[in-house]
Design a protein. Sequence first.
Length: 580
Amino acid sequence: MTGPVDVLTDRLRRALGAAFGPEHAATDPVLRPSQFADFQANVALALAKRLGSNPRVVAEAIVEHLDVADVCLAPAVSGPGFVNLTLRGDWLAEQSTALAGDPRLGVPVEEPQVVPVDYSAPNVAKEMHVGHLRTTVVGDALARTLEHLGHHVVRQNHIGDWGTPFGMLIEHLLDVGEDSEDAKLLASDPNAFYQAARAEFDADAPSASGEGFADRARRRVVALQAGDPDTLRLWQELIDLSTAYFNSIYTALGVTLSDADLAGESTYNHELPGICEELEAAGIATMSEGALCVFLDGYTGREGKPVPLIIRKSDGGYGYATTDLATIRHRVRDLHADRILYVIGAPQHLHLQMVFETARRAGWLPDHVEVVHVQIGNVLGSDGKILKTRSGAPVRLRSLLEEAVERAAAMLAEARPEIPEADRALIARQVGIGAVKYADLSVAHDSEYTFDLERMVSQTGNTAPYLQYAAARIRSILRRAGSTPDAAIVQTEEAERDLMLELLRFGDVVAGVGSSLEPHRLCTYLFDLAQTFTAFYDRCPVLKAPEPAVRDSRLRLCAVTLAVLEQGLALLGISTPERM
Ligand code: ARG
């Protein structure tokens, strides 16, 4: 299946070729919806400039060679040289009937690429914050969408599982006891564990042997780096407890990440010395003030001072940059990536640009491999600052998700008291979680937005509950009808036509999300679709349609709309309740 835009683009290209020669057939006609026609093609203007001729004359020539009689009413030139295209009702109806029978709902299967997607990446023994929530939700939507488009997605959860704090954390684990309730906190309330460890470090009380905690912690880091088996076992225990915590959040969110996708910082430990050696030997890295650094043209800080990418610190330790260089090499060399996505906070943009450029210079990132930083904007509180609780503590993700579910439950209890309580609890979960995820997805991923639960769970506006409600309403219509006949879709009213046009855009929109990596485009589309459906339902009686063929056609339109809403929400990782 190809949508109207594809069909018209193809016909326009052929007309360009026929009128001006094959070298112009590749010119990309821009098709925009307009108030005068279904689409307005803007192609003559740019072409006229290139040919040194009048845009209206060029537009006339295009129209003359345009073979669209089966698809459109007579095309017309308008304005300075636009081509107005209005689709034929019978063509739309036929396409919509085909869409209704297409299990992919018009979504293309693309030439498969291997696409590692780096997202979520929380830190061991620490609470996940709203920033991690957003990369998790956006990354997961992109992974699902790319997979649906036929790509081979390799999820990479680059958890922070290495570094000097592990000395302190391991010693604290030993002090509270590996099987103690305090240790189990890691799997439920990691910050409490982390802070207790920190407090112990700061108090620095001597143990029975007389050695202070801080010294023990430092010795433990050395043992960890040296690969001491007992230390590694304790470290693995910390990871396992933290992973249980991450997984509890992933399950609550309905995110597709599993243990198989873990590829934490520590995975790359053994490669770091080699990376440094190779970069130094190639003359890409140089020693500066005891540290091994990469300096790149154009990366300067205050007073024009060059900003270094530090790959080995003066104490011999490796940092975040070195591990990220290793991720690129691994994803290209071992995973055979065609396109790599780093779904990471916008403040890390400079870091990633420098990492990407260093990798290109080192030959680890060939030109044919595309690497993208999908920038995640900050989530703000109502005061316009990074989201915090009133007491200034970071907001606990779990309580935030619970509050969303509670609000959804309260709303349902009021609106639909007749639904049995157990069912309502399930729906409240779908709505509350869907609401939080949709808020992350419906704004451009790189823009900041204000976290506002009230607005997120509202059933009006561009929210998940609004879309879920629209879907549930269609379900109820279909339930009342009993069955959906495989009838041909016909057009009798303008509102049906509008709905068909909207439905036929779905495939294009999903493909657009795959190429632009912007899930908010799908959100906007689904919101438009739900509104168009409402207008259709207001104007066109379905169950009480004037005649059986029209009733069956409208039922089928309802069914496709539901399928598109469900599929669209599923690509965003949001489920659709049976009723609401
Ligand atoms: N763990 C980091 C953080 O919490 C994010 C890591 C992102 N991924 C990466 N490959 N650098 O900020």
